[in-house]
Design a protein around this ligand. Structure first.
Ligand code: G1P
Length: 288
């Protein structure tokens, strides 16, 4: 089944990145030279998604603007004869169509996704949480769309996490159906460790069916008093099943400064234009 649209919630205050996020949207904080949201949109585009719906706060226009052409910059680069950089900039604005919808109240991830209801319409869609960057050979969301086509039910990315991470995440109870895919038999948002059905945590990639919007309109605030996407998917799961996909690849939580730093180090070590220099510096320096 074709999945044409993706929703990216990006309206949070980014309290873990204060003071930087006093004026800059959290998703515009970069890993090296690319804002974190760039990676989510790029992954969507690589998987053939045609339209990305950004859920943003009204005073954070920088997020939507990033994916538009910036005529003054283009003209400047052209004048300077910097064709290479100009081409790179055009790639960003031509990557995929983006539209912005607004989230005026911070009522949780479920509420953020609900803001995209009209823009999505009556078709399956992907959700990316831009705090989660996944580097892998092929786009994770693309593999999840394949799983979705097979089962025609929601598919959620998961990975094994240590005990101390469990109370901060969505946790699933899996019943394996193949090497990487499990049917979800229960799911709970931010459980106490002793109540968690496993250590398999939801990571921010989802392929969902539009009936999740009805569920989002029905559910009550859940963990930490917020409308939780996990709770709405659990409602859908009871009628049409849901599946967990253990993605191959390297994942970073760039929603916390230490995770952003780790992702930046990893990216530097994998970039042709800086890996050699950076590795040399790491070898010469004993910082720890
Ligand atoms: C959200 C989801 C949670 C998931 C996590 C992954 O939580 O609600 O299920 O495990 O993202 O990053 P948040 O980080 O918004 O509290």
């Amino acid at each position: 089944m074709n999945v044409r649209k993706a929703v990216i919630p990006a309206a949070g205050f980014g309290t873990r990145f204060l003071p930087a996020t006093r004026t800059i949207p959290k998703v515009m904080i970069p890993v090296l030279d690319r804002p974190t949201i760039h990676f989510a949109v790029e992954e969507a585009a690589e998987a053939g998604i045609e339209q990305v719906i950004l859920v943003v706060s009204r005073d954070h226009r920088a997020t939507g603007d990033y994916f538009d052409h910036i005529p003054a910059l283009d003209a400047f680069l052209k004048e300077r004869g910097n064709e290479k950089l100009l081409e790179e900039m055009n790639k960003i604005s031509d990557m995929v169509e983006t539209v912005s919808v607004y989230q005026d109240e911070q009522r949780g991830l479920g509420h953020a996704v609900l803001m995209a209801k009209d823009a999505v319409g009556d078709e399956p869609f992907a959700v990316f949480l831009p705090d989660d960057i996944i580097w892998s050979e092929s786009p994770t969301i693309g593999s999840m769309i394949e799983v979705f086509s097979e089962y025609e039910a929601p598919v959620i990315a998961v990975k094994e996490v240590p005990d101390e991470a469990v109370p901060n995440l969505g946790i699933v109870d899996p019943r394996p159906v193949s090497e990487l895919v499990s049917e979800i038999v229960a799911m709970v948002e931010k459980p106490k460790l002793e109540d968690a059905p496993s250590n398999l945590a939801i990571i921010g990639r989802y392929v969902l069916t539009p009936d999740v919007f009805d569920a989002l309109e029905e559910i009550q605030p859940g963990a930490i008093g917020e409308l939780q996407l996990t709770d709405a998917i659990d409602v859908v799961r009871r009628t049409r099943r849901a599946y967990a996909y253990r993605f191959p690849g390297t994942h970073f939580d760039v929603g916390v400064p230490a995770g952003l730093l780790k992702a930046s180090v990893y990216a530097a070590l994998h970039r042709d234009d800086m890996a050699e220099d950076f590795r040399k510096w790491l070898n010469e320096t004993s910082l720890a």
